[in-house]
Design a protein. Structure first.
Length: 87
């Protein structure tokens, strides 16, 4: 049976005097670090996560109605990850 693990792709920051090859090398280093002990890279993947705000209830709705409180919006973020498998 295969095991899977996911690793969030770290934010890659490069200096003003760097280039895309430097960024690719940092990405490669991340893959090589995680692809050890029998883990193989399957593919990169991106997922979208939506976090909904806490319900505001009847009193909260009145506050919104009278503009004493703003409506909270859902937060959406995309996460890039690497998927690894170990057989």
């Amino acid at each position: 049976m295969a095991q899977y693990k996911t690793v969030q792709v770290p934010r890659i920051n490069i200096g003003h005097d760097s280039n895309e090859q430097d960024a690719l090398k940092l990405f490669q280093d991340t893959i090589e670090k995680e692809a050890s002990d029998g883990w193989e890279l399957v593919c990169p993947h991106s997922i979208t996560i939506t976090q909904y705000p806490e319900p505001i209830g009847c009193f909260g709705q009145l506050l919104v109605l009278f503009r004493l409180k703003e409506v909270s919006r859902a937060m959406v973020c995309n996460i890039d990850m690497l998927i690894f498998v170990k057989k």
